[in-house]
Design a protein around this ligand. Structure first.
Ligand code: AMP
Ligand code: GLY
Length: 423
């Protein structure tokens, strides 16, 4: 079949890498793609929210399956766009419809969903410009640190955690009254701080059946020891060593099952990936957030451990027959280290030539912010390339990734040297 992947990051290179291995895949297109996807698929220069452009591509190339990488097109309703168009409604889209995508698009929607379905999460209240005074009063009832979340999508920057009450009040005012995050902070969720270690759980669903993929832990801060600004993710490890079978079964019983049941009860059609951000508080999992897509760079460690033919799995998701699939996981650990442009996540330069990629043999280089230009691979984003390795232990895999990175070079390249330090 002809397949289209939407997106241009390391996650989408990993999707393309895995799909291209399937004998069921005849032609693979990625829009817009990057220098990594260009090696194994046909890149088409169409943006992920250019729905008309995507429709034309689907018709022209007779695409039979669309896999959506990032959240933006889902929250903007790409799945609904397909269903509402006679000429493409027969083409399955992997990714939820707009209503369910609100789980990521609105923190308040996600919190209400969790409360309604008894899914463990932090206590919260939400406020608007009109109720900012009540917001101050609510902050006064909490103990620090204070967690403030812009309701809408804010490019991963909408969560602010502060230790000081006055600063928290000022931040609340800045979000609600001064529209710090634009429309995304028209509403703000204030929630109880959860103290624990984070991990992520990935679930595939066809709307009624589900399968759980391996857990992963990512490293969000730019600096070593988890310090400095938040990024999209600087590295990841799978499986998560502290996620014992007992803990995993708590996640399944208390969180995954009620989430999938919740989709059915609330009539939220959901064919796609559910990325559940968790925190282990004592011995219990609590949900920090839902994302309606795979994680990046978590995909770069989760998919390499998936032994199944991904196209077979995606087809079963689209057909509602996920119950017929047995997910098979590679026992080895996988780790990935994200190599980024110096300056990221703040201002950084682009267009730097990347050398040495072809000399990496012991790891898999997944391209992220990298593009082909005049036959050379050059940097085009903050997160540039993610170096994934397997190992019998996560320590062995991490070591391999660091050895492979030594072969890579571009001006002002940076990466964290302590991925896995806290395990
Ligand atoms: P989010 O965008 O919701 O994933 O939040 C970003 C980060 O803020 C998370 O990865 C956590 O590290 C942190 N965080 C969010 N909510 C809480 C909470 N209730 N307690 C402690 N940390 C939190
Ligand atoms: N790595 C975190 C995310 O994809 O949201």
């Amino acid at each position: 079949m002809n397949i289209l992947v939407l997106g241009s990051g390391g996650r989408e290179h990993t999707f393309a890498w895995k799909i291209a291995q399937s004998p069921l895949c005849k032609a693979l297109y990625v829009a817009p793609g990057n220098s990594g996807t260009a090696e194994i698929a046909t890149n088409v220069n169409i943006g992920v929210t250019d729905f008309e452009g995507i429709k034309n591509l689907v018709l022209e190339k007779q695409i039979e399956l669309v896999v959506v990488g990032p959240e933006d097109p889902l929250v903007k309703g790409i799945h609904d766009f397909f269903l509402n168009d006679e000429t493409i409604k027969h083409v399955p889209v992997i990714g939820p419809q707009k209503k369910a995508a609100e789980l990521e698009g609105s923190k308040e929607f996600a919190k209400e969903f969790m409360i309604r379905h008894n899914i463990p999460t932090a206590a919260y209240e939400s406020f608007t410009k009109e109720t900012v005074e009540q917001g101050y009063a609510f902050l006064e009832t909490l103990k620090p640190p204070y967690v403030l979340k812009a309701d809408g999508l804010a490019a991963g920057k909408g969560v602010v955690i502060l230790n000081n009450l006055d600063k928290a009040k000022a931040e609340l005012k800045s979000m609600l009254v001064d529209a710090k995050f634009g429309a995304a902070s028209t509403k703000v969720v204030i929630e109880e701080f959860l103290d624990g270690i984070e991990l992520s759980c990935f679930v595939l669903t066809d709307g009624s059946n589900y399968k759980i993929l391996p857990t992963a832990k990512d490293y969000k801060r730019i600096g070593e020891g988890d310090t400095g600004l938040n990024t999209g993710g600087m590295g990841a490890v799978s499986p998560v060593p502290f996620a014992t079978n007992e803990f995993l079964s708590k996640i399944e019983e208390r969180i995954v099952k009620p989430t999938i049941e919740g989709f059915k009860k609330d009539k939220l059609p959901y064919v796609g990936f559910v990325f559940i951000g968790l925190i282990k508080v004592g011995d219990d999992p609590k949900v920090i957030e839902y994302n309606v897509r795979m994680g990046d760079p978590e995909t770069e460690v989760v998919f390499p451990r998936l032994k199944n033919d991904l196209v077979e799995v995606l087809q079963a998701m689209a057909k509602g027959t996920l119950n017929t699939i047995d997910i098979e996981i590679d026992n080895r650990a996988a780790t990935t280290i994200m190599v980024v442009s110096g300056g990221y996540p703040e201002a950084y330069e682009k267009g730097k030539e990347i050398t040495g990629i072809d000399t990496i043999k012991e790891s898999i280089p997944f391209h992220a912010g990298a593009q082909l230009k005049d036959g050379k691979v050059v940097t085009s984003g903050g997160r540039v390339i993610s170096i994934t390795s397997y190992g019998n232990t996560y320590q062995e895999a991490i070591k391999k990734s660091y050895q492979s990175i030594e072969k890579l070079h571009f001006d002002k390249m940076y990466y964290r040297k302590d991925i896995g330090f806290d395990l």
